[in-house]
Design a binder for this molecule. Structure first.
Ligand SMILES: NC(=O)c1ccc[n+]([C@@H]2O[C@H](COP(=O)([O-])OP(=O)(O)OC[C@H]3O[C@@H](n4cnc5c(N)ncnc54)[C@H](OP(=O)(O)O)[C@@H]3O)[C@@H](O)[C@H]2O)c1
Length: 249
């Protein structure tokens, strides 16, 4: 039996999805899951080689896959990504923000530049790309997914202040957006995964000085299953927020 998630059919046939953070981890898993449901995709991240590898996986299922390699903290590149998606496929139905960056440190000693970078990558860049794609998302009664974090709703712990601040900001941006676009039929979903076995979680373990065992954590495909299920719900329902934590295996 395949370990990949499917919503049980071609739930996204004819739909177009833009996915950031698609070069690995949770974004890659969401890309493949949406491809399996028949969506056409625009995959974004900085690493062109890894994006191409994900695109190859997605092309096994999807009728159209484009890649866009760029640093999305550059506003112009975010606008260019939006233009590429609309140009290639005529519009966008689903926007998934899985871009993310982690840096830990104590408030007493962490460089302020870390706070700025965390905010730029984790909160500001999704905001800019959402703005750029909003006309198309409204026209198509689309959906926006923000991949947040447990750090985006629970009180921050020592060493996590700046990362948590960027994720709390992302939650607020999603909440405000949801309130604005709900009347226009656009659904906005925030998913708060617990620890997930990805390159970022390895980095977190390096920071914490702990041995890394990916089997103890959520898998990227688990988070993708939650996201695609929420996206595939009938229009009479709207999932606003989902919290996911590792199961007992
Ligand atoms: N792993 C966890 O335990 C966990 C738990 C909760 C929430 N999350 C969240 O889940 C999301 C996905 O993270 P992940 O765990 O899948 O980690 P990941 O594999 O490191 O994915 C992060 C993605 O963000 C992209 N990215 C980072 N900076 C970028 C930039 N400046 N411009 C464009 N793309 C950029 C990376 O692509 P390039 O390297 O190619 O640029 C990569 O595709 C993040 O928002 C993260 O905060 C993760």
């Amino acid at each position: 039996m395949s370990s990949e998630f499917t919503a049980g059919g071609l739930a996204f046939r004819g739909k177009v999805a833009v996915i950031t953070g698609a070069s690995g981890g949770i974004g890659e898993a969401i890309a493949v899951a949406l491809a399996r449901e028949g969506a056409r995709l625009v995959l974004a991240g900085r690493n062109a080689e890894r994006l191409d590898r994900v695109a190859e996986r997605a092309r096994d299922f999807s009728p159209g896959v484009e890649t866009f390699a760029a640093d999305l903290t550059d506003d112009e590149r975010s606008h260019a990504l939006a233009a590429r998606a609309v140009g290639a496929f005529g519009g966008v139905d689903v926007l998934v923000h899985s871009i993310g960056y982690f840096a830990g440190g104590l408030v007493a000693t962490a460089p302020v530049d870390d706070l700025d970078r965390l905010y730029r990558v984790n909160a500001r860049s999704p905001y800019v790309l959402t703005q750029a794609l909003l006309p198309s998302l409204i026209a198509r009664q689309g959906q926006v997914v923000f991949v947040n974090s447990g750090s985006g709703f629970q009180p921050a712990r020592a060493g996590w202040a700046a990362y948590a601040a960027s994720k709390h900001a992302l939650r607020a941006l999603a909440d405000g957006l949801r309130d604005e676009v709900h009347p226009q039929g656009v659904r906005v979903i925030t998913v708060f995964p617990g620890r997930t076995a990805t390159a970022m979680q390895e980095e977190v373990h390096r920071y914490e000085g702990r041995p890394y065992d990916p089997n103890r954590f959520l898998q990227s495909r688990d988070v993708a299953a939650v996201v695609v299920n929420a996206l595939a719900l009938p229009r009479t329902a709207e999932v606003t927020e989902v919290r996911v934590r590792p199961g007992q295996g």
